[in-house]
Design a protein around this ligand. Sequence first.
Ligand SMILES: Cc1ncc(COP(=O)(O)O)c(C=O)c1O
Length: 382
Amino acid sequence: MSKKPATFLAKAGHFTDPQTGGVVPPLYSSTTYVRDEDYELPHGRQYGRDNNPLYEQVEQILCQLEGGADGAVFSSGLAAMAAVVSVLQAGERLLVASEGYYGCRGWMQREAARIGFELVLFRAYEDGALEQALDGSGARMVWIETPANPTWSVVDIEKTAKIAHAAGAALVVDATVMTPLICQPIALGADIIMHSATKYLNGHSDAIAGVLVSAKDDQLWSDIKETRRQAGPILGPFEAWLLIRGMRTLHLRVRESSRNAMAIARHFEKHPAVEAVLYPGLESHPAHAIALKQYDTKIGFSGMMSFLLKGGFEVAKRFTLATKEFAPATSLGGVESLIEHRFPVEGPDSPTPHNLVRLSVGIEDVGELIADIEQALAKATS
Ligand SMILES: Cc1ncc(COP(=O)(O)O)c(C=O)c1O
């Protein structure tokens, strides 16, 4: 990309509508495209399940930001993940990082049982764990999420890619929380990047969307795109339009929420009610050095963090319900701050600590956010 991401994004990929000169694309809602007198498709488009000018614009923007060969939008992050998983055959092996969004793991486990591929959970955040999981049996694919929701463990992408490739496996990275502004996993060796675009990419909690970007236009990618074409988990045009609008301010939002998150992490790291603040931007985070190596720290470390609270489940629950500026709601990456006690949301089989409270830090005034957390901690522990 010849321009800096901020310049490129503000202009939505230097878009000008060829029909009107508008700087914003119209909402292309047509599901079908007419043929010409030779029965050809003059614009190369046939049907809305295959493409739409708005999907193409989203894909081009993300492909350029990520440095990929091609991209594909989906109706949700999970739909994007499911399209990747759809290429796995009975008898193949999928290695999945043991920490990460529980919804992805849940779907993969269900598909493994149905299709008959082997799913192996491995501790991606520990040295030697991938080599051990690959040993002897190899794998078709390695799936990591970094930083991992909701513990925010960080994986060394470059090292993981080298080990996966040496064993003949493709590396897929769920990079939802980093966004292409904080880190570009393809440059570090990843084969496919996944984003829940519902989160930071859109950023306004008003559209569900997913995106994949592939390093290569190879057979794996063509099989994934075929799943989208045939099964049809595509984005609605309005959601694609919202996503384009949201991405225009991505750099501002990610930078500001990262700055707020860093201030909150530092302020509460030593608070007497807090056992630990899990945030890769803190020197105390076990993978801070890896984050420094692979993040663009001028943008920051994202707005996502978790608190482990002294006093266990009950204090965590009381704290979550006591904040006023952080709304007790699921999801993340929006301009507004959200808070969530994760264990009850993930269910009884969840490995997430019972005292973990996740914060999605937005772009509000940081002094007011800190004051809100202070009063909620006081209330929860009184
Ligand atoms: C890291 C991560 N990946 C994927 C997903 C799933 O995305 P979606 O909700 O857009 O299907 C989520 C949702 O919370 C997530 O946090």
